[in-house]
Ligand binder design. Structure first.
Ligand SMILES: Cc1ncc(COP(=O)(O)O)c(C=O)c1O
Length: 394
């Protein structure tokens, strides 16, 4: 007798290639190879000391038990206050829900809003979890291509062409992973005007909202009336270098507070209270470390982009936010996956294929510049060598 089978949904659930490439890179390292890690999307800085202290103090003070499922009132208030002050959207604390990371809101956002057969518009190339959870929910993924010509955004016409009577949810992500593209107030106003006529939910993933190099962040939720339909997702992982703490939050429409809370009760019960108190310290404490991390990312970006542009066959637009470069590799004549695999195998440089972020990412690589300038320069030099051997410069 054959063993029991997995559920059908598991065949539709995707993954995040960054974790797979990281595992391959670690296996190479275990076998004695040196690897430069440009694959994983997490700040390479330690969590600021005052935040660590607040977490440790909270543990010592006995915050070691279950707490309210949607989050500690103190953190929900701090998040609402933060969003109201920095995002131009007036949010009540009871509309804020806390979870272990921003990621749960992607899965639970889908589960709470979409039935099989509903259409979901999502950015492509985009964070791979979007397409993964859309497919798992049995909804129909409708990719919204992000093009290099539009600064890795899209036009209102592009979006309009993908909206229809079955559109149930539109996922937006600015600043964007993997492209560093940023949607500004003018396009957001056009998007808002379009969505006004469609009765769909919006999930706005704003996890990189405090990582913009030249612009001020503009949230779609701040545009007329959309706050009542938008799951505004944010978190602590990127801004405060807290990826391992697992802490995120979302400001959600009134109708979604109870369903999302119920999903948390069914899954994680609550988010560790000591971690939440560290989050309160992050939002209410000094900002200079956040600013110096961003300055360092800007310095790296300004080195990485010209260095990549000097590599034969590669051209790289300047990302306006987040900490990823998304170079166009069409001139190399190689496919994204083939080149990414060869860079790891031949040069010990771990990067991600653009195609890992969706079909429209083919022809690109993603390099995370959350690594030292020294490693970034060594990594790009190794890439140059692999490509020069491939296509001798004449
Ligand atoms: C666009 C985007 N959304 C969400 C997340 C998940 O964030 P968290 O670590 O807070 O779950 C990431 C992490 O890479 C991301 O890039």
């Amino acid at each position: 007798m054959s063993g029991p089978r997995l559920s059908e949904g598991m065949a539709r659930l995707g993954t995040e290639t960054a974790f797979e490439v990281l595992a391959r890179a670690r296996a190479l390292e275990a076998a004695g190879r040196e690897v430069i890690h440009l694959e994983i999307g997490e700040p390479d800085f330690p969590t600021p000391e005052h935040i660590v202290e607040a977490g440790v103090r909270a543990l010592r003070d006995g915050h070691t038990h279950y707490c309210p499922a949607p989050g500690l009132p103190l953190l929900r208030e701090a998040c609402a206050d933060h969003l109201s002050r920095h995002r131009g959207v007036s949010v009540l604390p009871e509309r804020v829900i806390v979870a272990p990371g921003a990621k749960p809101f992607l899965l639970f956002g889908l589960v709470a809003t979409c039935d099989p057969g509903d259409e979901v518009v999502y950015p492509n190339p985009g964070f791979p979890i979007y397409e993964s959870v859309i497919r798992w929910a049995g909804a129909i993924p409708v990719p919204l291509p992000l093009t290099e010509e539009t600064g890795f955004t899209f036009s209102a016409d592009d979006l309009a062409a993908r909206l229809g009577p079955r559109t149930k949810l539109v996922i937006l992500n600015s600043p964007a992973n993997p492209t560093g593209g940023v949607v500004g107030p003018a396009l957001n106003a056009e998007i808002a005007a379009l969505l006004r006529d469609h009765s769909c939910w919006i999930l706005s993933d704003e996890i990189y909202s405090e990582m913009l190099y030249d612009d001020q962040h503009d949230s779609i939720a701040g545009h007329d009336g959309l706050l009542e339909r938008t799951i505004l997702v944010d978190g602590f992982s990127k801004t405060f270098a807290m990826t391992g703490w697992r802490l995120g939050y979302a400001a959600v429409p009134a109708a979604l507070v109870e369903p999302l809370t119920r999903l948390l009760i069914n899954s994680v019960s609550c988010t560790a209270p000591a971690v939440q108190l560290a989050g309160v310290a992050a939002l209410s404490g000094p900002r200079h470390e956040v600013e110096s991390m961003l300055n360092e990312f800007r310095r790296r970006r300004d080195t990485v982009v010209p260095s990549l542009n000097a590599v034969p066959g590669i051209s790289c637009a300047t990302p306006r936010g987040a900490f990823y470069a998304f170079p166009n590799i069409a001139g190399t004549g190689l496919g994204s996956k083939e080149l990414a695999d060869r860079l790891l195998d031949e040069a010990g440089v771990a990067v991600l294929a653009g195609s890992a972020f969706g079909s429209y990412g083919e022809g690109y690589l993603r390099l995370s510049y959350a690594n030292s300038l020294e490693n970034l320069e060594a990594g790009i030099e190794a890439i140059r060598k692999v490509l020069s051997a491939e296509r001798p410069i004449v």
